[in-house]
Every structure is written in structure tokens, then in C-alpha cells.
Design a protein around this ligand. Structure first.
Ligand SMILES: Cc1cc2nc3c(=O)[nH]c(=O)nc-3n(C[C@H](O)[C@H](O)[C@H](O)COP(=O)(O)O)c2cc1C
Length: 313
């Protein structure tokens, strides 16, 4: 399939596997690259040696382009950017802060910049400052979220910028990908759907919880304070939300939440850890290889697009 995203990155399918802290490493990223999409190494919580090592391992496992996530609030973000340039990584995604100060250095180093954007104003600003594409994430997504939905973002942002727009949040099957492409997106970024894959190093307990989950099992902590994080309901989320509504100070809540993603993803504690996952969990019914997931997504996408002209008959 040819879209502005496949052309920008030189990939076969318009699918990016988004960075997922404690999950997306060389194994997952090389698997999606070899399946025709591309993927992003997550750097949150990792040290610099791990980042360089994972970039090098990914290069050994695939000759296709891949990305690295720059967490803009991470005190080591400048050094991560330097490693990305030294290792000639194809692109970065940048989130959780102002991405603009990083553009010049990264672009001069030959690295494409794809900031993750929460609203139209910032979309226009990063376009003006030279972003190669934007990733626009709706609040259906797993992990840290904003306040607007994917559909509202597609409606508001896609017609108002000229660079490729990659939509994220809630894409769990090919019908959704087809809908985004018809809305004018250049591609999609997907996270949750890839958590339950053979290549994912996520703990079997976390994978099983996701398989068993239905739509209403997915909740948000911290939304009322502007720090929304989406994941599966658990003892942790019940307690956190009770503390949140009863007015517990933010730093105490932060302390309570620190490390909960890792606790679920790596240690397998899905009650006092948080299994971060998005709203579109129903299509996740079994563990598959990343290639099988990508093939299924693309087959559904093509079928849906092929059927679309029937609506006009
Ligand atoms: C477990 C998990 C961890 C995530 N960690 C990050 C991260 O470290 N950096 C980032 O930019 N996005 C992160 N995300 C967001 C994903 O990259 C992606 O945009 C999102 O999952 C898309 O929505 P979906 O989950 O509905 O597919 C994370 C998402 C999940 C589910």
C-alpha cells in the first residue's frame, strides 16, 4: 500500500508500532519491521547503555528503518538524542514536552522527526517548525492520554495540516485503519494490539488479563488532575481513583503510581501494578506473532477499502 507514511519512511504497510515503555525492544521492533510496518524502541525508564544496545540489536535483526522514542521529560533526553544520531536511526517520535528545540539537531543528523501531538495548535506549530510528520493520539489509547478522541482529532487536525498525519489511539482492527485512511490519515500508530504477541516480553499474567478483558474493564486514573493513564481496572486503579476524588495531594498520588507499569508488565503483578492498555481490547483474543497481527490488520484494511465503493451503488 502506498501512503504518505509508507513513502516517508520507505516501508510497505502504513503501520507504526508505537513506543511502549517496558515492552518495545529490539525483538518487537525488528519483528514489525520485518513484517512490513515499522516500530519504535521505548526509552522510558531505561539507561543509555540499554538504548544503544537495543538499537544495535535491532539493526542486527532487520535492515528496515525503525524509530526511537524521545521522552522529553527524561533528564537524559539530550544524550538519547545524541545516541540516535550517532547510530543513524531513521526517525524519532517525541512526546511529553516541547519537541521543537530538538528538531534542528536531529534533522541535521539525518533523523526524521515525528512528534506526538495533542491538539491542532501544536500540530500547526510543529509543521511550521519542520516536523516530517505528526502522530496524533486520541484518548482511546493505552498509557498516558490527553482529553480528545481519535475521531475528533481526525476531524479537527487532518484537513488543517499538510504534512502526513499518523493517527493513534483505539486502532485494533483493519476496519479502523481503513476508516483513518479514508479520513485522510497517512497511517496509524498502534500500541495495545501488539502487547499480546509472541515477541512481546510482557509478563504472561499481563497478556492473559488483556485477552480476558472487555471494553468496560479499561479505566483511566488521574484524569481529573490532567494526568490520565489508561489501563485495566485493578485494586491499584480502584484505590488510586478513590484517593484522586477524595483530594489526596498529587505528589502522594504520583508516589503511589510510580513503577506500576513495570510491576505489571515485567513482574506480572496485575493488581498492584497497572496493565496499561487502550480501549480497543475486544479484538485481542489470543497471543499471535507480530507478523500474523500485521497480516491480519492489512488484510482487513484492504477488504474494507475494497468494499467501500459498494456504498455508492
Ligand atoms: C503499555 C503502553 C506503554 C506506552 N508507552 C509509551 C511511551 O513510552 N512513549 C510514548 O510516546 N507512547 C507510549 N505509549 C503509547 C503508544 O505508543 C501508542 O501511541 C498507543 O498505544 C496507541 O493507542 P492504542 O493503545 O489504542 O493502540 C504506550 C502505550 C501503552 C499501551
Amino acid at each position: 500500500m502506498k501512503t504518505k507514511l509508507t513513502e516517508l519512511l520507505g516501508i510497505e504497510h502504513p503501520i507504526i508500532m508505537g513506543a511502549m515503555a517496558w515492552y518495545t525492544d529490539s525483538k518487537m521492533v525488528s519483528a514489525i519491521c520485518n513484517a512490513g510496518g515499522t516500530g519504535v524502541i521505548a526509552t522510558g525508564g531505561r539507561d543509555l547503555d540499554w538504548v544503544r544496545d537495543q538499537i544495535r540489536k535491532t539493526k542486527e535483526l532487520t535492515d528496515k528503518p525503525f524509530g526511537v522514542n524521545l521522552m522529553l521529560m527524561d533528564p537524559k533526553v539530550d544524550q538519547v538524542a545524541d545516541i540516535v544520531i550517532e547510530e543513524k536511526v531513521a526517525f524519532v517520535t517525541l512526546g511529553a514536552g516541547n519537541p521543537v528545540p530538538f528538531f534542528e539537531k536531529l534533522k541535521a543528523g539525518g533523523v526524521k522527526v515525528l512528534p506526538v501531538i495533542p491538539n491542532l495548535k501544536l500540530a500547526k506549530r510543529v509543521e511550521e517548525k519542520g516536523a516530517d510528520a505528526i502522530i496524533v493520539e486520541g484518548m482511546e489509547a493505552g498509557g498516558h492520554i490527553g482529553t480528545l478522541t481519535t475521531m475528533a482529532h481526525m476531524t479537527n487536525i487532518i484537513p488543517n495540516v499538510n504534512i502526513p498525519v499518523i493517527m493513534a489511539g483505539g486502532f485494533g482492527d483493519g476496519r479502523g485503519i481503513a476508516a483513518a485512511l479514508l479520513m485522510g490519515a497517512a497511517g496509524v500508530q498502534i500500541g495495545s494490539r501488539f502487547l499480546v504477541s509472541h515477541e512481546s516480553s510482557g509478563h504472561p499474567n499481563a497478556k492473559q488479563r488483556i485477552i480476558e478483558a472487555t471494553d468496560t474493564d479499561v479505566v483511566v486514573t488521574g484524569y481529573s488532575r490532567g494526568h490520565g493513564v489508561r489501563g485495566l481496572r485493578s485494586k491499584f486503579t480502584d484505590e488510586y481513583i478513590a484517593m484522586e476524588v477524595s483530594g489526596v495531594p498529587q505528589d502522594e498520588l504520583n508516589k503511589f503510581a510510580t513503577g506500576t507499569n513495570k510491576k505489571a508488565a515485567i513482574d506480572g503483578d496485575c493488581e498492584y501494578g497497572l496493565v496499561q492498555v487502550g480501549q480497543s481490547v475486544v479484538p485481542i483474543t489470543k497471543e499471535m506473532s507480530i507478523k500474523e497481527i500485521v497480516d491480519e490488520l492489512m488484510e482487513e484494511t484492504v477488504k474494507t477499502l475494497q468494499k467501500a465503493p459498494d456504498l455508492l451503488k
